[in-house]
Design a protein around this ligand. Structure first.
Ligand code: GDP
Ligand code: MG
Length: 162
């Protein structure tokens, strides 16, 4: 079976946009409305001749227990079922208390965790990426799902992590 990458993060950080970039085609559902991806959606990806599966998680909408609890639950599920986890953060916003909570969960992960600093569309945002080292999950990788910049380096890192 091919390795599985689970993509997790708050609503609206750009998970589905980035997943589209990783797939090289426009398939994952992207909407301006937070929480539009209702379920975990699975895609086949191919990079450097290696096949893998990408799971775009959308179950992070606030439930009865609130956003932070559903975020933590999604991260738990991701690290138990995937071969690698990609935490997507909006670099323009930085790490919120939700990211801090999920990072706390993911620091216990046996599966490797990568951090994508998304929405790095300009130099000013690029200068903020280093602040995400504070999550304790290693080097944050700058990407722009919108422009596609950084996605090749991210894909290389994903394949190395498997
Ligand atoms: P998700 O809820 O995490 O899956 O986020 P989406 O992929 O649906 O994106 C949410 C919003 O962020 C949409 O309006 C996207 O166009 C926008 N977005 C995604 N990636 C980028 C990016 O790299 N730069 C900018 N400026 N906007 C982005
Ligand atoms: Mg989505």
């Amino acid at each position: 079976p091919q390795p599985v990458l689970a993509v997790v993060g708050r609503p609206n950080v750009g998970k589905s946009t980035l997943v589209n970039r990783l797939l090289g085609r426009r398939e994952a559902v992207v909407q301006d409305t937070p929480g539009v991806t209702r379920d975990r959606v699975t895609y086949d990806a191919l990079w450097n001749g290696r096949r893998f599966t990408v799971v775009d998680t959308g179950g992070w909408e606030p439930d009865a227990k609130g956003l932070q609890a559903s975020v933590a639950a999604q991260a738990e599920l991701a690290m138990k079922t995937a071969d690698a986890v990609l935490l997507v953060v909006d670099a323009r916003v930085g790490a919120t208390s939700t990211e801090e909570a999920v990072a706390k969960v993911l620091r216990r992960s046996k599966a490797p965790v990568l951090v994508a600093a998304n929405k790095v569309d300009d130099r000013r945002t690029a200068n903020e990426v280093h602040t995400l080292w504070s999550l304790g999950l290693g080097e944050p990788m700058p990407v722009s799902g919108l422009h596609g910049t950084g996605s090749g380096d991210l894909l290389d890192a994903v394949l190395e992590a498997f």
